[in-house]
Design a protein around this ligand. Structure first.
Ligand SMILES: [Zn+2]
Length: 301
């Protein structure tokens, strides 16, 4: 939800200054082909764009009528969707033409020509999120949400068709709307994964040698440490795949230095290139290049 605020302080409804204890939410749609928020919300805040007719609802009697709602959903100047709060949520609005004004928070969805599915899906989701937000704010739930036409049938609003002249054109109705709000009200708490054998990392010489197992760990790093401490051991996941070879995993052979040897010559003979002699130094912890006959060196495999 892209919720913004531009309170209609010039509207006679705002100036009337009455508050309510919200008991529900009434969903309206404007009944005119004009999806732009600037038609109803103004003056321009830099996002709405300019209403060249200056006929937005932030004036005493918009279009000569006593009318005001708590919010609008529609398009910003850049075509993206936003919600504007236009009255304090607990202000008494003039939206229902009935007693719902005393109990319901109201918002208008800006209608387009009612055929654009992309626009509809965006404003539908925005409205669902707004209702979930308001429910949480006032301790309401999805059963407290009705549209204007439902309010008429309940005898608390005037005879208007919104929003049921529009939603069904895109496969939606108010029951589906309420269900979608309910989904957002349910705190999703994923079940903590129960620890099972499947999550263990095993340290063995080989997967096929279970008797060699040094341990089984839930934390991979702990399994790696164990493998490092036990030359020749590796870490296997639950499928038997080797996920780590210990640093000391017998990844070397022992070579005994003979007279005339140098690290360069040994690297050249054993590793295929004299340039690899630093690997021998590192593996054996040598600080100088000096070696002597009879010395046993680890040679990387
Ligand atoms: Zn209405």
């Amino acid at each position: 939800m892209n919720l913004r605020k531009l309170i209609f302080t010039n509207n006679a409804c705002y100036k009337a200054g009455r508050t309510i204890t919200p008991k529900g939410i009434m969903v309206h749609s404007t009944g005119a082909n004009n999806p732009w928020l600037r038609r109803y919300v103004g003056p321009d805040d830099g996002l709405l764009g300019k209403n060249q007719y200056n006929n937005h609802w932030n004036q005493d009697r918009p279009d000569g009528r006593q009318v005001c709602v708590h919010g609008f959903i529609g398009k910003l100047a850049d075509g993206s969707i936003a919600t504007y709060q236009t009255l304090p949520w607990n202000h008494r609005g003039w939206h229902a033409g009935g007693t719902a004004n005393d109990t319901h928070i109201s918002f208008e969805i800006c209608e387009d020509n009612l055929t654009d599915a992309v626009y509809f899906n965006k404003i539908y989701n925005e409205a669902v999120e707004l209702c979930a937000y308001l429910c949480k704010l006032y301790g309401l739930n999805e059963t407290n949400i009705i549209c204007h036409s439902e309010g008429y049938r309940q005898g608390i609003a005037s005879n208007h068709a919104d929003v049921m002249h529009w939603f069904p054109r895109h496969g939606k109705n108010m029951d589906m709307f309420r269900t979608d709000v309910k989904k957002l009200l349910v705190d999703v708490k994923p079940d903590p994964a129960p620890p099972t054998e499947d999550t263990l990392y095993r340290v063995r010489k080989s997967w096929d040698d279970p008797k060699s197992q040094k341990g089984a760990f839930r934390v991979l790093d702990n399994a790696k440490r164990c493998a490092d401490e036990n030359p020749g051991y590796s870490v296997f996941d639950s499928t038997g795949a080797k996920v780590y070879s210990g640093k000391n995993g017998a990844a070397y052979e022992i070579y005994t230095v003979v007279k005339g040897d140098s690290l360069w010559r040994i690297a050249s003979a054993k590793l295929g290139s004299g340039f690899r002699y630093p690997e021998i130094k590192m593996l054996n912890g040598l600080t100088s290049d000096t070696i002597f006959p009879g010395q046993k060196l680890k040679i990387p495999k």
